[in-house]
Design a protein around this ligand. Structure first.
Ligand SMILES: Nc1nc2c(c(=O)[nH]1)N[C@H]1C(S)=C(S)[C@@H](COP(=O)(O)O)O[C@H]1N2
Ligand SMILES: [Mo]
Length: 362
């Protein structure tokens, strides 16, 4: 099935399952990404769910297992938050220029979007189920979706987990709306998990089961995929137990315009992009027009919302010549982006300083 209701400039990265995102220029035109430009990342075809017969279960290490319909959920407190969703594979295309990354989707800078999310407090649901809060740093909360992944002839649901300590964060929600409208099928209708500050893979769409357990999920997408390995490790040498299980997002940024290798007239050149922090807040974005020798501060646009992205712009006054433009974002803990890409065979978490080349010509 084609991706439904997207903008004409939406770039389809894969037809089936549906994967794609807005053109980078249109993505940064507004602080809140309209749903028709919001990227879609799915590992299996979109399940079509009848809201009337939908159930959510809460099971595992809880005193009182629950089975909740959408009508039961309305009794829980609601949360709303403006926050980015970013895929761990965002900006993989730059990493792939160093060495091939087979069998992964080659995302450019569009596998991130900023939305206004609202839904039911996950913490409230877990407390009603009688979860043991004193074990918050030992227990994990696993989630399963209603989509069906097919691997080597076997079918299983998409799944993932987060530590109970994170699941009890009052901003983690069972979201039913994006930008004040019900979720569209591709984004998880009728209900998805939304975990602010974590890689998109943890925000399980079409969520139907919540399981409290004493270890991370055994699901392929927690136990295998979304693990980070050092650059010297190839897939055949990987000890999957040793991979860094990705969760929190790092500080990141991208240059949206001008395009790489653009030719522009001398004078003022407007450089624009986005920056994210994963929840601490973006404190500063620096721009260099001389390959990182000197840096100037970009203007941060819009509101300072720690889980959202911060759009930024910098006006450079450039004479004729060739320029190597870089950007680097800082979060409020002074974490910043590495100057060079640290390659890994899955192509995850590229948060190196973005670079473009510009030719200024009269
Ligand atoms: N059930 C289910 N949930 C899922 C996925 C999926 O394939 N199935 N993909 C995950 C990944 S890798 C990302 S980046 C986000 C993307 O959410 P979006 O399509 O709403 O942008 O959903 C996550 N949740
Ligand atoms: Mo993802």
């Amino acid at each position: 099935m084609p991706i439904q209701g997207k903008h004409p400039t939406f770039r389809v990265v894969e037809e089936n399952p549906p994967n794609g995102g807005a053109s980078i220029e249109t993505l940064v035109e507004q602080p809140i990404t309209p749903v028709d430009r919001f990227f879609v990342r799915s590992h299996a075809p979109t399940p079509i769910i009848d809201a009337a017969s939908y159930w959510l279960t809460v099971e595992g290490a809880v005193k009182k297992p629950l089975m909740l319909t959408l009508a039961d959920l309305v009794h829980f407190p609601r949360v709303s938050l403006t926050a980015v969703l970013q895929c761990a594979g965002n900006r993989r295309v730059e990493m792939q220029e160093i060495a091939p990354i087979p069998d992964e989707l080659i995302w450019d800078r569009e596998a991130v979007s900023s939305g206004k999310w609202s839904g039911y407090s996950l913490a409230a649901v877990l407390r009603t189920a009688g979860v043991d809060e004193s074990a918050a740093d030992r227990l994990h909360v696993a989630f399963e979706g209603l989509d069906q992944i097919e691997k080597q002839g076997a079918f299983f649901p998409y799944g993932s987990s987060i530590p109970l300590s994170k699941a009890l964060d009052p901003l983690v929600m069972l979201a039913d709306t994006l930008n004040d409208a019900p979720l569209t099928p591709d984004h998880g209708y009728p209900l998805r998990l939304f975990v602010p500050g974590y890689i998109g893979a943890r925000s399980v769409k079409w969520v139907a089961r919540i399981i409290v357990q004493d270890a991370p999920s055994e699901n392929y997408y927690q136990a295998r995929a979304y693990k980070l390995f050092p650059p010297n490790i190839q897939p055949e040498d990987a000890d999957w137990e040793q991979g860094l299980m990705l969760g929190e997002l790092s500080v990141n940024s991208a240059i949206a315009t001008p395009q790489d290798r653009a030719i522009v007239p001398p004078g003022e050149v407007l450089i624009k992009g986005y920056a994210i922090s994963g929840g601490r807040g973006v404190a500063r974005v620096d721009v260099s027009t001389d390959a990182g020798v000197t840096w100037k501060q970009a203007a941060l646009l819009g509101d300072d919302l720690p889980y959202a992205w911060r759009l930024w712009e910098y006006r450079a006054d450039l004479r004729e010549g060739d320029y190597h433009i870089m950007a680097r974002a800082w979060d409020t803990a002074a974490n910043t982006q590495p100057e060079q890409i640290i390659w890994n065979f899955k192509g995850y978490m590229n948060n190196a300083c973005p670079r473009i080349r510009l030719q200024v010509k009269g």
